[in-house]
Design a protein. Structure first.
Length: 278
């Protein structure tokens, strides 16, 4: 092959090779997009939730908010590893990590929970990032407080049913079925409340953790519904015994109804104090 012919073949090959190498680089820089729907534990759309996608490598964040249907969309995201953060009033902040490929359209749905975050419970950043022993203690406390909240919420069911059944347990009818039903519901409420209280009382204490805001109000209300949950079944047993003997409720047993109402009201307020942020 002559030198001129070799040049004629050589340069097109170089240009073709260069073009082939440039294609992956171009593809790698193609931005992607992230979208999804934010809902609450009941499946209802969360409107106005703040959604932030932070690029782990560059620390640059792209923010948006959910619309009326709980949907969000973040376009033009460079490929890479991201940390997604979603927050809304009345909910704890949820975070998650994901990887976005070049040119990909990723869908990431998230359900926000009402459980308070560690910051909401008064833990400082230094406490959250302490030693392994401190972290284990912190994890145990967080778990036990979540169990406390879970059993506390479950107890509201039989508690409400007990209050509703109360007026029918007076024994005006010859049958004592209503009284026994009221007693059974009250017993279930007391058992669930006791389990919930156990997790709150025996959760590991963290030195230097301040009690403020909603948590302080929650603890103050516990000094009302706590003794009430002890006094109510005692007074109820006295009233039950008197009615079973055909007597009118008399003496201190007459306080069973008012004490039960005050206890239920304080308990409901305690649940609201940590369910609604203010």
């Amino acid at each position: 092959m002559s030198p001129d012919a070799a040049k004629f073949v050589h340069w097109p090959l170089i240009l073709l090779f260069s073009f082939a190498l440039s294609q992956p680089v171009k593809a790698q820089s193609t931005p992607g997009a992230l979208s999804g729907t934010i809902t609450d534990p009941s499946g209802k759309a969360v409107t106005g939730a703040k959604v932030s996608a932070k690029n782990v490598a560059t620390a640059q964040a792209a923010d948006t908010q959910t619309d009326a249907s709980g949907h969000y969309n973040i376009p033009n995201l460079p490929p890479g590893d991201y940390e997604l953060s979603v927050s809304a009033p009345g909910f704890s902040t949820n975070t998650a990590k994901f990887t976005l490929l070049a040119g990909a359209a990723k869908t990431f749905d998230m359900t926000l929970g009402g459980v308070l975050s560690l910051g909401d419970l008064g833990f400082s950043q230094s406490q959250v990032q302490g030693s392994a022993q401190d972290q284990a203690r912190l994890d145990k406390r967080s778990h036990m407080l979540q169990m406390h909240q879970r059993f506390g919420l479950i107890a509201t069911g039989p508690l409400i049913a007990t209050v509703i059944a109360g007026p029918f347990a007076g024994g005006k009818q010859k049958s004592s079925t209503d009284r026994w039903l009221h007693l059974a519901l009250g017993s279930a409420t007391g058992d669930l409340y006791g389990i919930s209280a156990y997790y709150a009382i025996f959760a590991p204490k963290i030195q230097g953790t301040p009690t403020r805001g909603q948590i302080r109000l929650h603890k103050i209300l516990a000094w009302i519904h706590g003794p009430g949950m002890i006094a109510t079944p005692i007074l109820g047993a006295m009233a039950f015994d008197q009615k079973s003997k055909g007597q009118h409720i008399h003496g201190v047993a007459q306080a069973h109804g008012p004490v039960a109402i005050v206890t239920a009201a304080a308990y409901g307020a305690a649940i609201l104090s940590v369910s609604v942020k203010f």
